[in-house]
Design a protein around this ligand. Structure first.
Ligand SMILES: C[S@@+](CC[C@H](N)C(=O)[O-])C[C@H]1O[C@@H](n2cnc3c(N)ncnc32)[C@H](O)[C@@H]1O
Length: 371
């Protein structure tokens, strides 16, 4: 099978319940014999297909459409001005997005650009082992690097030994806003596969504990595997469904709610979800976010800090949820925190990180302190 045929087959197997990135990962795993260059071409082709989806004629065979999408991506990379702002705004995103977000030319141009790959290095570890990252340039955040190479980083010795993690810049910013300090004890309430748990644990230098919970047991299993690989031990993974009963009676110094959301901020990296996420998801998820924030509030010590993040930019899920929480829970005061991308600016109580400004995913972050 040629790389083009393989990409077309992945596209055809992707649907609302089977995300393209998952089909891609599974397919490339099964076909480990594929050359790195072919595997990279297939990934690019699949993501280009969904990024340029609305430009493609649905009546044409999938292979032709994949080939055309690759051509459009190359044209955009070589000459972005050959696409007008109006054309990009009309086609890059589903129409309902305009009900929730101010869709600017800068935003759509950022979402149509192939995203950079960001790493978070663990300085204590690299100092001890003398490990050096290759094919990287320092990024805008402390310990962040942009990767330019083409090897499979999951097989890299540094990744295998925990010298660095693959983590988007916006996610790294969330850990930096939390800024946990030993001996504080933190709760990462929607820990998923543990991207931010590992960062919090690293910022604590292994010297105090992070509780990590999620309602998806399989995600916690992945978290445990990742932590084992990275030799991270100062965490405790527990199941929690987001309901009224917290997983422990512990009162925390800090709580992170990295909430389930529509994920518009990741649509540059994961363009298939542009066409599977619905407007209804936005409204349902905003209610779930409020419930989770309300349910964790009592687990914070007086004086403790609550950080809310969501990798999206719909108002209904971000600023309006933060406003609702501030009104609902008067024992919480909004807290001004530094935007890690703008360390010289005055601190702010909430921030919207945009892909076109940071080079990473989109992310909203708000902070409170319990009085
Ligand atoms: C944005 S993701 C978390 C990403 C993770 N913090 C990371 O950095 O890798 C949101 C997580 O919330 C979890 N989730 C969804 N609904 C939930 C609920 N009602 N209660 C608790 N967790 C929930 C999902 O399983 C998902 O892992």
């Amino acid at each position: 099978m040629t790389p083009l045929q393989l990409a077309a087959r992945i596209v055809e197997r992707s649907d609302d319940d089977t995300p393209a990135d998952m089909v891609l990962r599974q397919t490339l795993f099964r076909r480990r014999g594929l050359s790195p260059a072919d595997a990279e071409w297939v990934s690019r082709a699949v993501f280009s297909f969904f990024r340029w989806f609305r430009w493609l004629d649905p009546a044409r065979p999938t292979e032709d459409r994949v080939q055309e999408a690759v051509g459009l991506a190359e044209r955009f990379a070589g000459d972005p001005s050959s696409f007008s702002d109006g054309e990009l705004i009309a086609n890059a995103l589903p129409d309902w997005v305009a009900n929730h977000v101010s869709v600017t030319p800068e935003l759509v141009r950022a979402l149509q650009t192939e995203p950079a790959l960001w790493l978070r290095c663990r300085p204590q570890f690299t100092e001890e082992t003398g490990f050096r990252l290759r094919d990287v340039e320092p990024g805008p955040l402390p310990d962040s690097y942009r990767y330019f190479g083409s090897q499979d980083l999951y097989l890299d010795r540094g990744f295998q030994s925990g010298a660095f993690e693959i983590q988007d810049l916006a996610s790294q910013a969330v850990g930096l806003v939390c800024n946990p300090r030993p001996p504080e004890i933190w709760w990462d309430t929607c820990a998923g596969e543990g991207g931010k748990t590992l960062h919090l644990s690293s910022l604590l230098n292994g010297r105090s504990l992070v509780w990590a919970s999620d309602r998806a047991a399989w995600r916690l299993d992945r978290l445990r595997q990742r932590a084992g690989r990275a030799r991270v031990f100062n965490y405790r993974a527990v199941h929690w469904d987001g309901g009224e009963n917290p997983p422990t009676k512990t009162r925390f110094d800090g709580i992170l709610v990295d909430a389930p959301c529509s994920g518009l901020g990741t649509w540059g990296r994961n363009p298939h979800s542009r066409w599977t996420t619905t407007e209804n998801d936005v409204l349902e998820l905003s209610e779930i976010q409020k419930r989770i924030l309300n349910n964790v509030a009592d687990s914070l010590k007086p004086g403790g800090r609550l950080i809310y993040s969501a990798c999206t930019f719909t108002g209904a899920e971000t600023a309006l949820v933060a406003e609702w929480f501030t009104n609902e829970r008067p024992e919480f005061e909004t807290e001004a925190v530094m935007n890690p991308f703008l360390p010289d600016d005055p601190p702010v109580t909430e921030m919207q990180l945009w892909p076109q400004e940071t080079g990473g995913n989109g992310m909203f972050i708000a902070a409170w302190r319990k009085t």
